[in-house]
Design a protein. Structure first.
Length: 235
């Protein structure tokens, strides 16, 4: 995967964003700077591929990024000195749900929060990444924001990133680890090393405690899955 190199352009524009925060620029001025990031760093044609005409109940989503006529993600912009919180994307979230858009970006120019939305059972969101230009390294910021580059969207890099993030997430890893076959394998290794035969359920509980409370919540209740063995055909 050949990611676009936004590092030089991002390095050049970061001081501009930090000065905006220091000067407490209002939301309108912050939006102008976000447009500059979209064009100079992320490769969009701000005249054709960035629009602010997405209306919902007499209110507007700040920006929508469009490629070949399709909206790829929505952007909610806050003033440069405003601390970002998830509830601030409520307006964009409603618009996304109405139109089945999966990506919403919340930013004040310094902090950038990208969310992935799904609508199968109500509106659910998950954080794709959070990056702060004031505290994160340039490499960290580059790695995250290059996923929003026009080339990354067109080539499917953002979707690939999301699928890999899901696969490596607690819910997916929990399903893989808490199976009878995997736990038996771990039990055999513990017995080989320590000479102790541990009950499968006790082992599962012990492994589960290694995860954070947030990860355990994502996994849901502990359930040991048995391997499915299809029955042979009767002769």
């Amino acid at each position: 995967m050949s990611m676009p190199n936004i590092r030089p352009a991002l390095k050049k524009i970061i001081p501009l964003m930090l000065r905006a925060q220091e000067r407490n620029l209002n939301e309108a001025d912050t939006r102008l700077r976000i447009l500059k990031v979209l064009s100079d760093v992320l490769g969009y044609d701000e005249m054709r591929e960035v629009t602010s005409e997405q209306r919902l109940k007499d209110k507007y989503v700040d920006f929508a990024v469009i490629i070949d006529g399709d909206i790829e993600f929505l952007i909610e912009v806050k003033a440069a000195n405003v601390k970002l919180r998830y509830r601030q994307i409520e307006q964009a979230e409603m618009y996304a749900a109405k139109n089945n858009y999966n990506w919403v970006l919340l930013t004040n120019g310094v902090a950038w929060h990208l969310y992935h939305l799904t609508f199968s059972e109500g509106i659910e969101y998950e954080t794709a990444f959070i990056v702060d230009l004031a505290t994160d390294t340039l490499d960290t910021a580059t790695e995250a924001l290059c996923l929003l580059h026009r080339q990354s969207i067109v080539k499917g890099y953002l979707e690939d990133f999301w699928q890999e993030k899901l696969a490596l997430g607690p819910a997916s890893l929990g399903r893989a680890i808490f199976t009878e076959d995997v736990l038996k394998s771990v039990r055999r290794e513990v017995r080989r090393k320590d000479g102790i035969l541990i009950d499968i359920e006790d082992l599962a509980q012990a492994i589960r405690t290694l995860f954070t409370a947030e990860a355990r919540e994502s996994m849901g209740p502990l359930k040991i899955r048995k391997a499915y063995k299809p029955k042979g055909k009767k002769k």
